[in-house]
Write a new protein. Structure first.
Length: 239
């Protein structure tokens, strides 16, 4: 597979997704078709459109959580290119560790593991030793105003906003060149929204690319370099 152009991290080409509802006689539910866009280093591309048009589904396909039914998801990995749409499961897991990070709307963490360790684990996967990983985790949790009294507790006991801050910290703890963010500020107060905006700006300055869905249009307008209207790719009317 040929390499992507210099400075390009992601190329989504003709991407399509359809769900098969096995409990409803195998009915097929179209979601999107023909999705195409790219993300360059240091660029934030926002996916916009009404609820239900498939924005989160596109992010999940880029992260390898959902299987695409058509198209390609080309991800730059050094001198080679990975097609997430056709990659083997082990390749997708490896890419998730090193190349593309995903911050979903919901925190998924191992039960009974402390919040600090949840975040530090992502930093260790990026190559930091245990002490450096915990220091990075502590710095991120502090910037996101998570009370230090909670750091030693499992996130399952936290409020939705507190869990989201742990989720964001974990996403930013690694060294991924591309980050997929699904409504990262939806559950946050104004101060923490500002903290996330600052984190995105800092990583963009270092060359990290972003593809994101934002609940808050003000946040989107402040961090996005381009906006892709997903409604024009929606395939729901074909259902």
């Amino acid at each position: 597979m040929s390499a992507l152009p210099p400075n390009q991290l992601l190329s989504v080409e003709g991407l399509g997704k359809t769900f098969t509802l096995h409990l409803h006689g195998g009915k097929r539910l179209p979601v999107v078709r023909g999705v195409s866009f790219s993300v360059a280093a240091g660029e934030c591309v926002a996916l916009a459109g009404p609820s239900g048009v498939g924005k989160s589904s596109i992010l999940k396909m880029i992260a390898g959580d959902y299987l695409a039914v058509e198209g390609r998801i080309l991800l730059a990995d050094g001198e080679r290119t990975i097609d997430i749409a056709s990659a083997a499961p082990r390749e997708i897991l490896d890419a998730r560790r090193r190349v593309v990070g995903y911050v979903s709307q919901f925190l998924r963490a191992i039960p009974r593991v402390a919040a600090l360790d949840v975040v530090a684990a992502a930093a260790q996967e990026a190559g930091l030793d245990r002490a450096a990983a915990r220091a990075r985790a502590a710095s991120l949790l502090e910037r996101l105003r998570l009370p230090q009294a909670l750091w030693s507790l499992p996130p399952a006991t936290f409020s939705g906003g507190e869990q989201q801050r742990v989720n964001i910290a974990r996403g930013f703890a690694g060294e991924h060149r591309l980050l997929a963010l699904d409504e990262p500020t939806a559950s946050l107060d104004p101060a923490n929204r500002e903290a996330v905006i600052a984190l995105i700006a800092e990583r963009k300055a270092r060359g990290t690319g972003f593809v994101a869905v934002f609940h808050d249009e003000d946040v989107r307008d402040r961090v996005a370099d381009r906006v892709v209207d997903v409604a024009r790719f929606s395939d729901r009317e074909a259902a």
